[in-house]
Design a binder for this molecule. Structure first.
Ligand code: ZN
Ligand code: ZN
Ligand code: ZN
Ligand code: ZN
Ligand code: ZN
Length: 243
């Protein structure tokens, strides 16, 4: 039974008074009983289940009269310990034990891929992951595909995306080209139409002016002529010309 911290864990051999007489380890959560002897909390609680006397001096112990020694606990937590992982030379305060083990490269961790179950050095996890047969991951590009060791090499969202974008760009370019060709054709047609309209206007103006002028002259002439020449038929011709 080991309630305390293993003595071998510590960089410097801890003082004798920091050891628990029950487990012979460095005190973990030390508590003081009425006779002033100090033990790990779990050690003394287990001891008291068998007999209610102090393991050091045999004096009776009242289980409801024990004091947690916070100050002592704090000074123990400042003692430097060694990392228990093989190959790791790091030392750190006892209080940083969890912090270190959660980042120690020599710590063996469970491969996170479902169904693998391998214990791998944290520093080798990345390499393991690359070859793990249970590797599986949602595509990081966000397409939603569940990639596996088998499908991942063929899957390349970025490449697909680039191809799509390129195709789209080409089709846009084609559309833009066609549109600008159409525009040019329309502009040419417009220019043509405008020129035609201008010509028509010109010719209309020309004929209009000519007609007006001639009409005036001709009207008089013809009218007079008609009147002079055909007096009998003047009723029909005069009515047609006036209308
Ligand atoms: Zn103990
Ligand atoms: Zn005692
Ligand atoms: Zn370590
Ligand atoms: Zn694995
Ligand atoms: Zn993808």
């Amino acid at each position: 039974m080991s309630g305390g911290y293993d003595v071998d864990l510590f960089v410097d051999g801890p003082d004798y008074e920091l050891l628990c007489t029950i487990c012979r380890c460095v005190l973990r959560c030390p508590v003081r009983v009425a006779c002033n002897h100090v033990f790990c909390k779990t050690c003394i609680l287990q001891w008291l289940r068998r007999q209610e006397t102090c393991p050091c001096c045999r004096k009776p112990i009242n289980p409801s009269c024990m004091f947690v020694m916070y100050k002592l606990s704090k000074s123990i937590s400042r003692l430097r310990i060694k990392c228990i992982n093989e190959g790791c030379l790091a030392t750190f305060p006892l209080s940083d034990e969890f912090l270190h083990s959660s980042s120690c490269p020599f710590q063996r961790v469970l491969c996170p891929h479902q169904g693998c179950g391998s214990l791998v050095l944290r520093s080798a996890l990345e390499v393991h992951s690359q070859h793990c047969q249970h590797w599986s991951q949602i595509c990081p590009m966000g397409c939603g595909t569940q990639l596996t060791q088998a499908t991942q090499p063929q899957h390349n969202c970025y490449r697909q995306l680039r191809q799509q974008v390129e195709a789209q760009r080409q089709s846009h370019r084609a559309i833009a080209g066609a549109l600008s060709r159409k525009m040019r054709r329309m502009q040419t047609a417009m220019t043509h139409v405008r020129r035609q309209v201008a010509l028509i206007c010109e010719s209309l103006e020309a004929t209009g002016e000519g007609q007006e002028g001639e009409e005036g002259e001709v009207e008089g002439d013809v009218y007079e002529g008609f009147e002079e020449e055909t007096t009998g038929e003047s009723s029909t011709s005069s009515s047609s010309s006036s209308s």
